[in-house]
Design a protein. Sequence first.
Length: 256
Amino acid sequence: MKLVTWNVNSLNVRLSHLLRWLEENPVDVVCIQETKLTDDKFPLAALEAAGWHVAFSGQKTYNGVAILSRQPLADVVRNNPRYPDEQQRILAATIGDLRVVCAYVPNGQAVDSEKYVYKLGWMAALRDWLAEELARHPNLAVLGDYNVAPEDRDVHDPAVWEGEVHVSPRERAAFQALLDVGLTDSFRLFEQPEKSYSWWDYRMLRFQKNQGLRIDHILLSQPLVARCTACTIDRAPRKWPQPSDHTPVIATLAEA
DNA sequence: ATGGCGCTTCGCAAGCGA
């Protein structure tokens, strides 16, 4: 089965991209970030017509997350129960024998800004909650836009980015703390092309020059690591007209 | 050093993203 994470940067604008990509790519679970839609505006009918079970949690203008699944979703949880948050950034659901968490980690804006402090606190609370989720659900997959490039090889030019938001030592430590509860970055289980990224700035021809960051990740608990046979980034939709600045990341799991 | 682009909104400029 295939699990996907994709920050669509407005589901309103990108619905046609999403539907096209889903037609071209037979997958089972899709975690979406930055829907930027209140729940009353969510395109539920279009996605159900395409054969998806859907859970979503949105707000006006910013953030918003959704999970699409070929199988029914159960035990849907909005937000981190340990961290009251007006911003809609987390959705969890049980799908078959998997517990799936869709996460949109705060951007952080600039190191030491108010938003950066929020990001670090938010990630620490996520870690605490994921430790509990993992105890309840050994088959845990956490997919999302983490807004952290874990290592220098995930950054097109580490010298330019040194100390900046997305790569700062405290953000990388907060990301490592997520792994330390018992999760693994599935992308690095496998040989990967050099200069693999999942986001490129719209400006300055960053995509054409492949000057990006790898900030969208699929983290797997140990039993799922044992089942994981591939993790890839699909750059194709970034080349379509009016693309999201992020591109899908796909993990493949063998049946238990 | 700056801005470049794109999306959003009680739009016509500004906040935010990354």
